[in-house]
Design a binder for this molecule. Structure first.
Ligand SMILES: NC(=O)c1ccc[n+]([C@@H]2O[C@H](COP(=O)([O-])OP(=O)(O)OC[C@H]3O[C@@H](n4cnc5c(N)ncnc54)[C@H](OP(=O)(O)O)[C@@H]3O)[C@@H](O)[C@H]2O)c1
Length: 327
């Protein structure tokens, strides 16, 4: 049994951490919940017991914790993760604050669990769209090699946390539009996170940089367009993949069926393919619409759907914590 802290416990990901830990019987002894001053003193149930939320501050990590799961945003992770690490508490961070640091492992357990052995106190959980995309890319990479990937994402509003859900829900019946630069209700925004000088958004560059880091191939050619859609839970990714060597489609189906973490949904006669409403609340990565890209040699198109709040965030983080326990 270990002592666990959660920074950002009242948020969408924080609450999902608790739900996933309960479901997976994560062996928690003491539990400490932290959020902003707004939530101080509110209570949250875990395993049938009530826990008080405390305000996150410099002294939070004086408590006897073994692991702390962070999901309170990048600025707070930057500030507080080093304090926790200094006190000997292992940090598993959901924000983008530490992901691209060379000394920080960026882990999807189905893909690169070995990287856990290199950790120096902070471990990063990848971006939600990256997690669900690298799971099918990895077996393709190992078997055929990958020349190039084109990602186009269709990302739900829960990827922006509770405020994203609010913009969609209220926006459906009023002109409410608080978080995004334009209404998300009845709309589609080719804009996730801020724009960079190269014309990409930060979200797009996260998919590119993090995929290269997880697959340990800095030369992989990848491009991405990240789009917010008016869906509550579940991100979809269209991936067009140029493999290095020839393939047969039935080999690809078999490969995905044998890959840990993937469920193939691809029965066109019966209109069966992955959709966010099927993935919501689940931990699998659903892959379908598996077909040749006839426009290039060795081209493959796939459609990948997963619940961003679970496999894209909380479940992957709890799996990383389980790797730590087993280590
Ligand atoms: N949503 C996703 O699908 C997803 C996926 C992967 C990664 N992430 C990352 O996970 C993090 C949290 O996302 P979310 O979707 O859960 O957001 P959220 O629903 O907005 O929750 C934010 C959490 O951070 C806490 N917080 C805010 N300001 C704070 C402060 N000054 N001090 C202490 N705690 C503070 C909030 O506490 P209060 O309730 O007290 O305000 C809340 O618990 C972000 O870094 C996000 O990029 C999210």
């Amino acid at each position: 049994m270990i002592n666990v802290g959660i920074a950002g416990a009242t948020g969408m990901v924080g609450r999902t951490f608790l739900q996933v830990m309960e479901e997976r019987h994560f062996p928690v002894d003491q539990l400490y919940l932290f959020a902003s001053s707004r939530s101080k003193g509110t209570s949250i149930m875990f395993n049938g017991k009530e826990y008080m939320v405390e305000e996150l501050n410099e002294d939070s990590f004086d408590k006897p914790m073994d692991i702390v799961l962070f999901s309170a945003g990048g600025d707070l992770s930057k500030k507080y993760a080093p304090i926790a690490k200094e006190k000997g508490i292992v940090v598993v961070d959901n924000s983008s604050a530490w992901r691209m640091e060379d000394w920080v492992p960026l882990i999807v357990p189905e893909v690169n669990s070995d990287a856990i052995s290199e950790h120096q106190g902070i471990i990063a959980n990848p971006n939600c769209s990256t997690i669900q995309s690298v799971i099918p890319l990895k077996p393709l990479y190992d078997r055929y090699g990958i020349n190039r990937v084109v990602f186009s994402t269709y990302q739900s509003v829960s990827g922006s946390g509770i405020a994203g859900l609010e913009d969609l829900e209220k926006g459906l019946s009023t002109t409410y539009n608080n978080l995004y630069p334009h209404p998300i209700a009845y709309n589609v925004l080719p804009h996730i996170d801020s724009f960079l000088e190269n014309g990409y958004t930060k979200e797009e560059m996260k998919m590119i940089d993090e995929t290269r880091k997880i697959l340990d191939d800095q030369n992989m050619r990848i491009t991405a367009t990240a789009v917010r859609v008016p869906v509550k839970y579940g991100h979809a990714v269209s991936a067009s993949i140029e493999l290095e060597t020839a393939f047969e489609l039935d080999e690809i189906f078999t490969l995905f069926k044998e890959t840990d973490g993937i469920k193939v949904l691809d029965d066109l006669d019966n209109n069966i393919y992955p959709m966010p409403i099927l993935a919501e609340g689940k931990d699998k990565v659903y892959v379908g619409r598996i077909r040749r890209d006839f426009s290039i040699d060795n081209g493959l198109n796939i459609w990948i759907v997963a619940d961003n709040s679970r496999k894209g965030a909380a479940t992957n983080t709890v799996q990383i914590a389980e790797l730590l326990l087993n280590k």
